[in-house]
Design a protein around this ligand. Structure first.
Ligand code: ADP
Ligand code: ASP
Ligand code: MG
Length: 422
């Protein structure tokens, strides 16, 4: 069998396929994925497959870590979480062997994925694809554990929640693949999370810019860094359903395939994120350099800050508020508390918040989108705590318990259900 594969005709090209947690949730799912891979291979493609951990395995492992330790070490958490993906790839290889498909599974480190940064949010620094290429050359399907790489110490690091998408797109870039297919439990990118807005519409083609903004703002169907890599290396990403083979899904791309990018009058979608906490420094002495005093200690701890508002500036005293993810809340609050006290003020924090965003290049240079958003939220009686805008998005921070209402109302008010021009 090996010989025959080695002597194959020139392959049509490399395709990277990624299967998310719900696509490999059970043994039955894994067998179904093996069937899909076998069919794709019969079409003459060289396949590299990235798999996530089965179902909710990553959540379960995180809970277990919390049960054995009140403060588990980040290195050990990564060591633990990486096993989730390692199980999936080995099982998928076995299911392929059962079908007579030559397949081999690799952990991230075995596949040449190098990572750097903080445990739990590593970034891919380099890919050494030699081994994958050799295995493809032997006619094998190569199955790579998503969401992990090896750091300079030789330790395994994970890439942040949802990071298997990034593994897949990075591999597609490194291998010069024709495209990267992301198989998930919805049949594409929608104008809002279809689990919250039943009338949401599938977007057939979306630009990297819009998708990147949607992903950063919380549309978890794609990991934001995966979209950025796609844009950077020109990897076309197809978001497809693992369960519905008929749907054409969504193509994330750039250039001429995305029509009317600047003249389109509508927004692309409504996005929400419930992983939001706010920290406010009240009554701090302000002047040149104050913001740097507040945010440098956070940056040094690797904490990302999102919406920032400085307000109530009077006689050299101001309030400074910003948002962070819940995981960073305690650390950010204590760091901000030290700065606030040094500047004669106090600190206050609030969890239980959410962000809702209107995203789209349709907003470029057109005023009025923010006002429309405020009036939609206002007429629903939803309080807006903070606002941030850029040329292709407006984001409001609101109470988390109102987020579903907000998304539905905005989806309706921005006429995303009726639109004809996608
Ligand atoms: P996977 O495990 O395959 O990586 P995820 O759970 O990470 O899947 O992402 C798929 C989920 O993303 C969907 O089930 C859906 O609820 C959610 N989602 C959020 N926003 C959107 C959107 N705009 N379009 C499609 N899905 C979305
Ligand atoms: N298993 C990881 C997570 O649940 C990575 C991924 O699924 O992309 O976040
Ligand atoms: Mg995902």
């Amino acid at each position: 069998m090996e010989r025959r594969h080695r002597q194959r005709e020139r392959p049509l090209g490399i395709v990277v396929q990624k299967y998310g947690g719900s696509s490999v949730a059970t043994a039955e799912h894994i067998k179904a994925v093996a069937g899909k891979i076998q069919r794709a291979r019969k079409a003459g493609l060289d396949l590299v497959v990235v798999a996530s951990a089965m179902g909710k395995t990553t959540d379960r492992l995180l809970r277990l870590a919390g049960e054995v330790s009140s403060d588990p070490s980040p290195r050990e958490i990564d060591q633990l979480l990486a096993t989730g993906e390692e199980q999936s790839v080995a099982l998928l290889a076995m299911a392929l062997h059962d079908r007579g498909v030559p397949a081999v599974s690799l952990t991230g480190p075995q596949a040449g994925m190098r990572a750097t940064g903080r445990y739990g949010s590593g970034v891919i620094s380099e890919i050494r694809p030699g081994r994958i290429r050799r295995l493809l050359g032997e006619g094998r399907v190569v199955i790579v554990a998503g969401f992990q790489g090896m750091n300079a110490l030789g330790d395994v690091m994970t890439l942040g929640r949802g990071g298997s998408d990034t593994t897949a797109v990075a591999l597609a870039a490194a291998l010069g693949a024709d495209r990267c297919e992301i198989y998930t439990d919805v049949d594409g990118v929608y104008t809002a999370d279809p689990r919250i807005v039943p009338g949401a519409r599938r977007i057939p083609v979306i630009s990297y810019a819009e998708m990147s903004e949607m992903a950063w703002r919380g549309a978890k169907v794609m990991h934001p860094r995966a979209v950025e890599l796609g844009a950077l290396y020109g990897v076309e990403i197809h978001v497809l359903s693992s369960f519905d083979e008929e749907s054409p899904g969504t193509i994330i791309t750039g250039g001429e395939k995305v029509e009317h990018l600047e003249t389109r009058e509508t927004v692309a979608g409504i996005v929400h994120d419930t992983d939001v906490a706010r920290i406010t420094l009240n009554g701090v002495r302000t002047g040149p350099g104050t913001l740097s005093k507040v945010f440098t200690p956070l940056a040094e701890r690797g904490i990302s800050v999102d919406v920032i508002v400085e307000s109530g500036i009077k006689e050299g005293v101001a309030d400074i508020a910003f948002t962070v993810s819940r995981a960073d809340f305690a650390e950010a609050r204590s760091a901000a508390g030290e700065v606030a006290r040094a500047l004669g003020g106090s600190v206050e924090g609030e969890e239980g918040l959410a962000k809702v965003s209107v995203v789209g290049t349709g907003m470029l240079n057109r005023p009025g989108y923010a006002a429309r958003m405020f009036s939609a939220l206002g007429s629903e009686g939803i309080p807006i705590r903070m606002v941030s805008t850029s040329e292709i998005q407006v984001t409001c921070v609101i109470p988390a318990e109102r987020v579903q209402e907000a998304v539905r109302r905005l989806h309706r008010d921005f006429e995303l259900e009726e639109r004809e021009d996608v």
